[in-house]
Design a protein around this ligand. Structure first.
Ligand SMILES: Nc1ncnc2c1ncn2[C@@H]1O[C@H](COP(=O)(O)OP(=O)(O)OP(=O)(O)O)[C@@H](O)[C@H]1O
Length: 257
């Protein structure tokens, strides 16, 4: 494993008007590692993801991908970096007007790296990887359940063999069993590809399952990080309050201030 992090955030700051959201955030994600950022609503998980993806510029700090600072890149360089990424969006973000196979193969077809015929073959192969039969390829997103849409979104996220996959609340809106199926699939497909994963979630069951390392975001910083299986034994009171879903604790006191 290389010593250079796949993703490295250093001293990242982001404010909206008077509201400071990220306040010196540091985080490393090593090649092939799966890191899950947890934290309460409005703590800046999405802002962190958007800054890393280049959808939002941090006010200061650096964000490196494979050792290259990507903050402030021009559009051509940004496109080059974005080719390393894919994302599983919270709502699936499928195009309703396109059949499943075109949704799955959308990126490679749009990039003109494959023909439409090859795209359909690729889609069927990727659908199989997420446990879906070939017949699903010709259905439309509206004909699928939420869990199936999520699987199609996952098939799309892996279609271009990305080096890094971002997962935005991958289990939101799913029942606990389907959520577990999706978590297992995330682990399976990222291992098969050898991809690096960066996810954000509130769902501790999901974090425990898909993370090698969990990082907790609070008041604009990572206040604790460690192996997923160590989180239950950590003595950080903020983490303990969050993972046990307690109303009382230091997090509530901070909100009351
Ligand atoms: N474009 C924006 N303009 C102004 N404020 C924003 C913008 N984007 C995010 N914020 C603010 O930044 C804070 C963090 O938002 P963010 O969406 O990152 O939280 P989150 O941790 O992902 O929350 P949730 O778990 O509820 O999705 C919020 O107070 C939000 O209102």
């Amino acid at each position: 494993m290389s010593d250079i992090p796949k993703i490295r955030l250093r001293n990242v700051h982001k404010a909206f008007g008077p509201k400071t959201v990220l306040n010196g955030l540091d985080l490393d994600v090593m090649p092939g590692e799966s890191v899950v950022i947890i934290g309460g609503s409005g703590t800046g998980k999405s802002v962190t993801l958007k800054c890393t993806l280049g959808l939002m510029e941090p006010d200061s700090g650096t964000i490196e991908v494979d050792g290259e600072n990507v903050v402030g890149l021009g559009s051509r360089d940004r496109e080059r970096i974005n080719h390393k990424f894919s994302m599983l969006f919270q709502g699936g973000a499928l195009f309703d007007s396109l059949p499943v196979w075109e949704n799955v193969a959308f990126g490679p077809i749009a990039d003109k790296t494959i023909t439409r015929k090859q795209g359909k073959e690729l889609a069927i192969e990727k659908l199989a990887q997420v446990g879906m039969p070939a017949e699903v390829a010709d259905l439309y997103p509206s004909e699928l359940s939420g869990g199936m849409q999520k699987r199609v979104g996952l098939a799309r996220a892996i279609a271009g063999d990305p080096e890094i996959i971002f997962f935005d609340e991958p289990t939101t809106g799913l029942d606990p069993i389907m959520a577990d199926v999706i978590n297992d699939l995330i682990v399976k497909v990222t291992r098969e590809l050898g991809s690096t994963g960066l996810s954000i979630t509130h769902d501790m069951a999901s974090a425990r399952k898909i993370a090698d390392r969990i990082a907790m975001l609070y008041q604009g910083k990572i206040i604790w990080q460690g192996p997923a299986d160590s989180i239950d034994h950590c003595d950080n009171p903020y983490v303990q309050q969050f993972i046990n879903g307690r109303a009382d604790g230091p997090i509530e006191m901070a909100v009351r201030k």
